[in-house]
Structures are given as structure tokens and as C-alpha cells.
Design a protein around this ligand. Structure first.
Ligand code: ZN
Length: 464
């Protein structure tokens, strides 16, 4: 499979460290507010990548973190803690806020049929691992202490900026405008590994003891500590939104490689933005949509998934309600087709060269840096073609292993097992050209209230 790697800025052949295993770390949500459709797009694309790798025979071990402490507003550590802000806003404890929004996050990803990670890990449950990692960085000389915090010294890490291609001098320029709260910080790009419970954080609710006194971890350190704990020191894939490239992921690389001296991530996978009506999503513009808005507008979340599949993950996607409704129509048509062509007997392997060619086209689309728009087009071409319904159904469910639209599990009218047995016997009789027997069995099925229809070398049963 070929995959674009943000680190090398190239599409590369994907070769994991120990095939067929793939270690995959996904930057998870900060659970201080409702997850929105922009996040949904990112996690759908992660899911499509995971399903594609599985489809191609890899074994994926996905770990995702839940940020429930330490994520400050503002990338330069100057802001307030998002969790504490969320708690104040809703008059709840930080722990309640974390639980509520974590539940909402998974309710959303479940509705979009996004597979749950093998491991979901919370930052608050891994503070000891973070302290250990900070100690390791201290031993390696990457850390300095101020009265307010423990910082990572970016000037000591030679390749800082390699992911975004941003030079440190440019970062100084960019940061000059911003407020640097801690005057003891040596470089504006230095970032906090540990905040002490002093000054602006004297009342911080979440705090732990550490060699530097009571306090709480910075945001970035959790991803390095947890990916190392669950996936080892070098991982195959790390995903996130492109907004994470210049700061969060740069910092993760600095921390991890500063501690281990080894390459942290082989392939960086970044998702592009989602805009709404051509604008950035924001609460003030009233275009900040969540699963609830999608459902209120009677849009099936799975049709939103189909909409996401129709744009490439590295391209921005502009969401409009019109595009969502068009996608819903297409999705309903697809479900109807799947129900109509579903055979009752087990699908047989593909026979026709045409059907095999469709499968090949689909595979090359997804293997080529996840060209999902092309893969969706192959699906519609296949549906419109003259291959048998049985082959169409086989391919539809095969493609759905990657698309994740749940087409294979469409609930049909309940048909009794004894009717199926009669239908199977009738199919066998037809195969042996025993038409007398086949007719008798058809009459029996009809008397029981069902209509049987032949579809190539298969059958379809409907209630009369
Ligand atoms: Zn992260």
C-alpha cells in the first residue's frame, strides 16, 4: 500500500516494522466540549485507514488517548486549562465534564460505525508514566525548570521542526505577537512538560505529586508516554488533524526522540480540515455542528460517512446541508439496492472477469493513498454494470469492509429457518434439473406465506 507521509512529504510504500503487525497511535479528543463534525471526519478517515490495512491483510493495533488534563487554550502554554474552563462553564467538576464528553465522543463514533481502538487510554491514568518520561528527558539534558514549570528546551533538540519544515527562527517570529506568560521561559517555542500548582494554576483542581512538587502534566507529554507504553518506542503510524503538525506533533517527536534516541514514528498521517459553508466552524458563527444537529436534521450518520468518503483525506472538505441531503439520498438508494439484491444462500466466490476487474479497481484505489472518492465511483460503476446480482452483492459487502457503511447487516423481514431449508432444497433440486420437485417446494413455500424468486444461481424470499 502507498501512503503519504507528512514527515517526508512524499507518497511512500507502507512497510511496517514487523509485518503483518501495524502499530497505530491516534491523537484522541480533548473531552471538554461536544465533538463536532470536523472531528468526525478525522476519525472516519483514521477508521478507513485502519479498515484498509486490515482489508490488505495487516493486523492493526490501534491506541487512542483521551485528553482529560493539561490541554491549554493557545499553543504557547499561555492560556487556561480547557477542562477547567469547561467545568466552570457548565458548573460541573472536571471529572464529570471528562466523563460526559468522553461518552458523547464514543456515542458519535459508534453512530458513524468507527471501530473502537484496541486500547483507549486516559491522560489522568498515566501521570506516573509521564513523570518517568520527563525524568528520562532530564537525564538526557533536554529539560529546565522555572518557578512555574518544567520545560522542554527546543534549542537542545537539533531536528526540532522537521515535521512541519518550520525553522526555529520562523517560530520566534510567529510567537513574538503572542503573550509569553512565563518570563523565565528561554525560547518561545519551549513547551511545558509539567505545570506546578502555583501562580495562575494555584487553584487547579487536578493535581498530582511529582519530583517538582504538586502539579499537572502538559498536554504533549501524554501522547509520547502512552504511545511508548502501549506500542513501543517506534511506532508505524501516528494520526491527527493537520492543525497538530506545527506544535503538538513536533513536540511529541522532540520528547520521544529526546528520550529514546530512536525514530518515534515511521509514517505521519494527517487529515485536512472540514469547513461549513466555506467558513471555519465556530460557535460564534452558529455553524458548530455535532451528532445531535445531524440527527435533528434527519441525516443518517452513516450517510455522513458516505459524504466523507467522497473527498480525499488530504483535501479540505466543505460541508453544506445540501451536500448532506444529497449524500443521504445516495445512501438510502445504496441500502435499497443492497436489500434487493441480497441472496439468501451463502455468496460464492466471484466468477466473471468483469466482477474480478471491479474488485481489482477498488483495491488499487484504496491502496493508492486511500483514494476513497475513486473507490466509491468504482462501487457505483459496479452496481450499474451487467454482472449478476449475486456478484454485485458479494462486491458490495466486500467493499463495505473498508467503507464501513454497514451494508452487509441490513435487517430484513424475519424469515423462518424452515422456509430457508425449503428454499435450499428447492435450489438443490433446480441445480439437478429436478423441476417437479422444485415446483412442489415452491408451492409449499408459497402456502407458508412467502414468495420465492430466482436470481441467477441464487434465490430471494419475500413475505407475501
Ligand atoms: Zn497527541
Amino acid at each position: 500500500m502507498k501512503l503519504y507521509n507528512t514527515l517526508t512529504r512524499k507518497i511512500e510504500e507502507f512497510i511496517p516494522s514487523s509485518p503483518p503487525n501495524v502499530s497505530f497511535y491516534a491523537c484522541g479528543p480533548t473531552v471538554y466540549d461536544f465533538t463536532h463534525i470536523g472531528h468526525m471526519r478525522t476519525y472516519t478517515n483514521n477508521d478507513v485507514l485502519r479498515r484498509t490495512l486490515t482489508y490488505l491483510g495487516f493486523k492493526v493495533n490501534e491506541v487512542m488517548n483521551i485528553t482529560d488534563v493539561g490541554h491549554l487554550s493557545g499553543d504557547d502554554d499561555s492560556g487556561v486549562d480547557k477542562m477547567e474552563k469547561g467545568a466552570k462553564k457548565y458548573g460541573k467538576t472536571v471529572w464529570d465534564v471528562a466523563k460526559f464528553y468522553t461518552d458523547f465522543f464514543f456515542k458519535t463514533t459508534d453512530a458513524l460505525n468507527i471501530l473502537r481502538p484496541s486500547v483507549t487510554c486516559k491522560a489522568t491514568e498515566h501521570v506516573q508514566e509521564m513523570i518517568q518520561l520527563i525524568n528520562r528527558l532530564k537525564q538526557n539534558g533536554f529539560v529546565y525548570e522555572t518557578p512555574e514549570a518544567i520545560y522542554f528546551d527546543v534549542m537542545k533538540f537539533n531536528s526540532y521542526g522537521k515535521l512541519s519544515g518550520q525553522k526555529l527562527e520562523e517560530k520566534i517570529q510567529a510567537s513574538r505577537e503572542e503573550v509569553v506568560v512565563d518570563n523565565d521561559k528561554k525560547h518561545p517555542a519551549d513547551f511545558a512538560l509539567w505545570f506546578k500548582r502555583v501562580g495562575r494554576f494555584a487553584d487547579h483542581t487536578m493535581h498530582w505529586s511529582s519530583p517538582w512538587g504538586e502539579g499537572f502534566p502538559g498536554w504533549h507529554i501524554e501522547c509520547s508516554a502512552m504511545s511508548m507504553k502501549y506500542l513501543g518506542e517506534t511506532i508505524d503510524i501516528h494520526s491527527g488533524g493537520i492543525d497538530h503538525v506545527p506544535v503538538h506533533h513536533e513536540n511529541e517527536i522532540a520528547q520521544s526522540e529526546g528520550a529514546t534516541g530512536k525514530q518515534f514514528v515511521k509514517y505521519w498521517f494527517h487529515n485536512n480540515f472540514l469547513t461549513v459553508d466555506g467558513q471555519k466552524m465556530s460557535k460564534s458563527l452558529g455553524n458548530f455542528y455535532t451528532l445531535e444537529d445531524i440527527e435533528k436534521n434527519k441525516i443518517d450518520p452513516l450517510s455522513l460517512r458516505l459524504l466523507f468518503l467522497q473527498s480525499h483525506y488530504r483535501q479540505p472538505l466543505n460541508f453544506t446541508w445540501q451536500s448532506a441531503r444529497a449524500s443521504l439520498e445516495a445512501f438510502n438508494r445504496l441500502k435499497e439496492i443492497a436489500t434487493n439484491i441480497k441472496p439468501h444462500n451463502a455468496p460464492t466466490p466471484l466468477k466473471s472477469t468483469k466482477a474480478i476487474a471491479f474488485q481489482q479497481q477498488f483495491k488499487s484505489a484504496i491502496e493508492n493513498d486511500l483514494q476513497t472518492p475513486q473507490a466509491v465511483a468504482v462501487m457505483w460503476d459496479m452496481i450499474k454494470s451487467d454482472i449478476t446480482n449475486e456478484e454485485k452483492y458479494f462486491l458490495l459487502t466486500d467493499f463495505d469492509k473498508v467503507f464501513g457503511l454497514n451494508l452487509g447487516s441490513i435487517v430484513e423481514e424475519k424469515i423462518d429457518a424452515n422456509i430457508i431449508t425449503l428454499a435450499e432444497r428447492r435450489l438443490e433440486a433446480r441445480r439437478q434439473r429436478n423441476f417437479d420437485m422444485s415446483d412442489r417446494l415452491r408451492i409449499k413455500i408459497e402456502k407458508a406465506g412467502f414468495k420465492i424468486e430466482d436470481v441467477g444461481d441464487a434465490y430471494k424470499i419475500k413475505k407475501i
